[in-house]
Ligand binder design. Structure first.
Ligand SMILES: Cc1cc2nc3c(=O)[nH]c(=O)nc-3n(C[C@H](O)[C@H](O)[C@H](O)COP(=O)(O)O)c2cc1C
Length: 154
């Protein structure tokens, strides 16, 4: 079975460009091959930001209810990631970065010893053979240099 994990992070609802592109990508990927699709809409149901308690729960040995809840969420998100053959990330540009909800998702799935490890050469990923499709949308142009007036890019 083909497992697809879809992470949307737009907060613009039905008018979202990235979400419509993500939808198109899922349709294209599932058109000729059946797939199990797990979908997280972080703009609608955000993941809590990293706090003292969540960091202790994700990285350490959870001792309080808040720490245990953070660890359980991290375990769930990592399990979804591990099960996926293809991961589609919808990443609109908000204030020159990705949405903070998407950043929070990374905070929960990046766990040393589980999804990556530190080596002499730097951090190395532990989840191999996965296809990741990043779908970006943005309002501005960030190409190098000036765009000449009259250019079709304007
Ligand atoms: C809160 C917010 C901040 C934005 N900041 C930027 C920005 O820094 N640079 C940019 O090029 N576009 C910016 N935009 C425009 C979006 O990147 C653009 O509308 C894109 O289509 C958003 O994706 P979405 O339609 O999936 O939400 C911003 C839009 C919003 C709502």
């Amino acid at each position: 079975m083909n497992n697809i994990l879809v992470i949307d992070s737009a907060v613009t609802g039905e008018s979202s460009i990235s979400k419509s592109l993500v939808r198109e990508a899922v349709e294209a990927l599932t058109a000729s091959r059946p797939a199990q699709v797990v979908h997280r809409d972080l703009g609608r149901e955000p993941i809590p930001h990293l706090t003292e308690a969540t960091l202790a729960g994700v990285r350490g040995e959870p001792g309080t209810d808040a720490e245990r809840a953070a660890r359980a969420l991290s375990d769930t998100l990592i399990a979804e990631l591990r099960a996926a053959d293809t991961i589609i990330l919808g990443a609109p540009m908000y204030n020159f970065s990705v949405p903070t909800t998407l950043r929070a998702w990374f905070d929960y799935v990046l766990r040393a010893g589980e999804t990556f490890r530190y080596t002499e050469e730097g951090p190395k990923g532990l989840l191999e053979s996965k296809r990741v499709i990043v779908i970006e949308s943005r309002g501005g142009l960030y190409s190098e240099g000036r765009v000449p007036s009259g250019s079709s890019l304007r």
